[in-house]
Every structure is written in C-alpha cells, then in structure tokens.
Design a protein around this ligand. Structure first.
Ligand SMILES: [Zn+2]
Length: 96
C-alpha cells in the first residue's frame, strides 16, 4: 500500500460527497444522457472506489496493476485505471 491514511481519508470524503451530490442531482432536471451516464457509469464507479478503499486495493490500476499516481486520483477519485490504460481502453471502445 503506497497511500498515506490522510490521502485515503481525503479521497473517501471526496467520493462520499460526489455520491451525495450526484444522487441529489438525479432528483432534479437532467438531460437524459447525463442521467444515464451518472446512473450507469459514475455512481457504480464511485461505489466501487469506496469499496476498494475499505479493502485496501484502492488506487491500483485494474489493467496493469501498477499504482495510479496520486495526482490522477486527486482529479478523478473514482479512477480504476492509470492514464495510459484508460486511453487504451477508450481507443479500443472507439475502434471496435
Ligand atoms: Zn494501467
């Protein structure tokens, strides 16, 4: 485990806030594609990140299993892939 308890605490707080804000926004008016993205992609990713924090596997890339840089996790706390792997997956999704 390469992350400090303070870092993980900060990410947990941020993810919980994101979860609450997203849920609150779903109750209001939202363009359909945003609603679909939040329900199908964002909320599951946020919930998974919180689970991974409690299991001690947070911040490890699910593709190449290297630690994701803290800078990236500060920007995207629910990230499950390092930047190179994410780019690869997105390129794959576009070409297939
Ligand atoms: Zn990776």
């Amino acid at each position: 485990m390469t992350f400090s308890p303070e870092f993980l605490e900060g990410r947990t707080a941020h993810l919980r806030r994101k979860q609450e804000n997203t849920t609150r926004r779903l109750a209001g008016e939202l363009p359909e594609q945003h609603r679909t993205y939040k329900i199908e992609r964002l909320l599951p990713a946020v919930a998974e990140a919180l689970t991974r924090i409690s299991m001690g596997t947070y911040g490890i890339c699910i593709e190449c299993e290297t630690p994701i840089p803290e800078k990236r996790l500060l920007k995207i706390p629910e990230a499950t892939r390092c930047a190179p792997c994410q780019t690869e997956v997105e390129q794959d999704a576009r070409t297939h």
